[in-house]
Design a protein around this ligand. Structure first.
Ligand code: F6P
Length: 745
């Protein structure tokens, strides 16, 4: 039996016991009241007797009739019915008017008996009325007689009735009181019970220690709920084959079971390992500052296969084999990198021009005007074709699984499909997809959409971007949109369009080599020459106008203006990796950021204190994680961002469950990390307030928020992202095979 049911039973028992008690008290109280009333009347009779005794005994020799007026006066008391004097033979010799005729003073008390012992009371009925007869012996020398006093007892019944009513009223009042108390207690218990149930479910979701089991109210239920949830999750897992915890091994299992013998390719512009010549001529390996690379590299380490990308490093050509391959990661090779060479001129048109001056500002609503040049478009087409041809040459089977990444390769899916019709092409668009109106300004919108619709599956970070894509297709293409199955049929071919929120590996490789948080805090403060108790905020990203870096700097300016107590106690470390520096929109941002930093430091700094430290250089993952661990807060203030993995990396870095995240509502990550302090980066004052709040956030609150966010990032890690795309791919491949059987019949 549950504790709640036990509580209910106890209350019912208590109410029944109370009713029983009231019922038992009624007869008892009746008898008590009767006894008490009788005693009361007896005392009154004695009182009357004692008050007139002397006079009667004095006057007993005079004619007894003279006592008549005295007796009449005494019966004016409403409860004294009659008074009489009896002679020695027990006959009434003097009596008041209402004395019944048949009253006698028997038995006559023997002479010499002490008065106190010889007083007698009798209850009787006279004319139907209850009456108490009190007989008091008189002794005056040899003369004996007695005084008889008749008292009405009708008032006793009135008292009993009154007392019963009183008890009923008190009983009802008690019942009401108990009922109200019971419902209050039950309400509280129910609330606690529901909170416990929710906590149990939440704990199970987040993998936290079982709070419910510790709670005596919920001990049994908590176990039961957890058991049921486990069964339920297991059932789902069995039904759709989705693993519960995603890891490299579950992804490998999935590939083996669902896509046996699949030949896997990843295609992206940015390569995961860049070989560069250092100043001293040595060849060094660099990991690029790219969300795409952070997400896909662990997937490729788990799955193996070939990653096709632009060889952009100064030493890249020296490190590949005759077929432009190099095994990576250099320390522990797990997959093959196939480098594609692009001339500077091609790079100008394809990468800087069409991809980054055209599509990038087109898709990011950051109020930078997109620039479309015919020559850039031609280069974009040519490079997409070069990558398509390279993949077709690399493929050893007719049905490879090709994961096409990002806006650099919008035309690639259709180009590959033209040469490998059986390929499973999984395209992922890493940046936002704007609404149809915004996208409509692109002069080659139809070609881009048609290119993407060569994919088997087309993925975006969020459902909102999928909806924008459907709307764009609807507006500009002759096609059939099946919103129920979330697909588009174009030119007789179907493309599934789904949201797959990208993430990071869990646990992050860079976290494994980290020192304890206290050590990171000390090391970072020492490196920047900051005192031990200095609060640190961090921002880490490419130097890109979509990241809202200027707005963030202005928010810090605002904070220090409105809350000057932070001057000298708070430093914001802004790390920016140089990127696309050839483009005027980037160089002007970079110049403006440097100018603004100097201005703010001038305004609020003093005695060597600088509120903003702007560090413009590439940081390797180890350094980034150390900074995250050393910081008190992290600000991600993107004006528009597909997902933003910096936010997820900050959360992953904080295994101490401390640190506050200030996150833009315009970053896709905000729909998953709702426990961050969500801001509108265009509202500088609001952002300043959020940073101020993060600075004073109590440790408990930081822990609660961080725990929930970490559970989210752990569960929805990048293996899950890749796994879900691959699972969808495997379903479509199986369906395609069945279709081929049917067509062959
Ligand atoms: O946001 C999409 C993305 O591809 C990221 O993965 C990456 O950070 C960036 O755009 C591309 O940067 P780059 O031009 O330096 O490769």
């Amino acid at each position: 039996m549950s504790n709640l049911s036990r509580g209910l039973l106890l209350l019912a028992f208590f109410a029944a016991a109370l009713l029983g008690l009231v019922a038992a008290l009624v007869p008892l109280s009746t008898s008590l009241i009767e006894q008490w009333s009788r005693r009361d009347v007896e005392l009154r009779s004695e009182l009357v007797f004692n008050s007139i005794r002397d006079r009667i005994e004095r006057e007993v020799t005079s004619p007894p009739q003279e006592l008549g007026p005295l007796f009449e006066r005494l019966t004016s008391d409403e409860r004294i019915l009659a008074l009489g004097l009896c002679d020695a033979s027990g006959q009434v010799v003097v009596a008041t008017r209402r004395m019944p005729r048949d009253v006698q003073c028997h038995p006559i008390i023997a002479s010499g008996t002490p008065v106190a012992q010889s007083v007698r009371f009798e209850r009787t009925r006279i004319d139907g009325e209850r009456v108490l007869v009190g007989i008091f012996p008189l002794t005056t020398g040899a003369a004996t007689g007695s005084l008889v006093i008749l008292h009405e007892l009708a008032f006793v019944s009135d008292r009993v009735v009154e007392a019963r009513w009183y008890m009923v009223v008190v009983g009802i009042a008690l019942l009401l009181l108990v009922g109200t108390l019971a419902s209050l207690i039950l309400g509280l218990m129910q609330r606690r019970y529901m909170a416990g149930v929710l906590a149990t479910i939440q704990d199970m979701r987040t993998g936290r220690p079982q709070r419910g089991v510790m709670d005596p109210v919920l001990k049994d239920e908590s176990r039961e709920i957890r058991g049921l949830l486990r069964d339920f999750r297991e059932k789902i897992r069995q039904e759709d084959g989705t693993p519960l915890e995603w890891s490299p091994s579950t992804l490998q299992d999935l590939l083996e079971n669902e896509l046996p013998d699949a030949e896997v390719f990843v295609v992206s512009n940015r390569e995961p390992y860049i070989h560069n010549h250092a100043d001293d001529g040595r060849v060094v390996v660099q990991r690029p500052a790219s969300g795409l690379v952070s997400a896909l590299e662990p997937v490729m380490r788990a799955c193996g296969g070939t990653w096709v990308a632009h060889g952009s490093g100064s030493a890249d050509r020296e490190t590949v084999d005759a077929s432009d391959h190099v095994l990576v990661p250099p320390a522990k090779p797990a997959y093959r990198l196939r480098r594609i060479w692009i001339t500077d001129e091609e790079q100008e048109g394809y990468y800087y021009g069409f991809a980054n001056e055209g599509l990038w500002p087109l898709c990011h609503l950051a109020y930078v005007r997109p620039i479309f040049r015919e020559s850039d478009w031609q280069q974009y087409v040519a490079i997409n074709q070069r990558f398509a041809d390279a993949i077709v040459r690399e493929a050893t089977r007719s049905d490879p699984v090709i994961m096409v990444q990002d806006y650099h390769f919008a035309l690639l899916p259709r180009m590959i499909r033209a040469q490998l019709p059986k390929a499973t092409i999984l395209t992922f668009w890493h940046i936002p997809w704007p609404n149809a109106e915004a996208f409509g300004i692109c002069p080659w919108k139809e070609e881009i959409i048609a290119g993407l619709l060569g994919s088997t599956v087309l993925g975006f970070h969020t459902q909102a971007y999928c909806n924008n894509f459907f709307e764009t297709v609807d507006r500009f293409m002759e096609s059939r949109i099946d919103r129920e199955h979330r697909s588009v049929v174009f030119g007789g071919e179907e493309t599934m369009v789904r949201p797959y929120p990208i993430s990071i590996e869990w646990p992050p490789a860079a976290l494994l080599s980290q020192q304890p948080v206290s050590e990171c805090r000390r090391a970072v403060r020492e490196r920047f020459g900051l005192p031990e108790d200095m609060k640190i905020g961090v921002g880490i990203e490419r130097f890109d106008y979509t990241k809202g870096i200027l707005d963030r700097l202005m928010a810090i300016d605002e904070l220090l203006t409105r809350q000057p107590q932070w001057k000298g106690r708070f430093t914001f470390v802004q790390i920016v990796a140089p990127t696309r520096s050839k483009l005027p929109s980037y160089t002007s941002l970079q110049k403006e950021a440097l100018r603004l930093t100097d201005e703010i430091n001038e305004r609020h700094g003093s005695d060597g204190y600088k509120p903003i430290l702007l560090v413009v250089r590439h940081h390797e993952p180890d350094e980034v994680y150390e900074l995250f661990r050393a910081a008190d807060l992290c600000v991600v203030s993107s004006l528009h961002d597909g997902m933003n993995l910096v936010a997820k990396e900050f959360v992953a870095a904080r295994d101490d469950e401390q640190g506050a995240l200030v996150l833009s509502r315009f970053a896709g990550a905000s729909s998953e990390l709702g426990e961050a302090l969500i801001i509108n980066p265009y509202d500088v004052q609001g952002m300043a307030e959020a940073i101020g709040r993060a600075l004073i956030m109590p440790e408990d609150e930081q822990r609660e928020r961080m725990r929930l966010m970490r559970a989210q990032v752990r569960e929805r890690n990048v293996y899950r992202w890749a796994g879900q795309i691959l699972l969808d791919a495997s379903r479509l491949r199986k369906r395609q095979r069945v279709k081929e059987f049917e067509e062959g019949l």
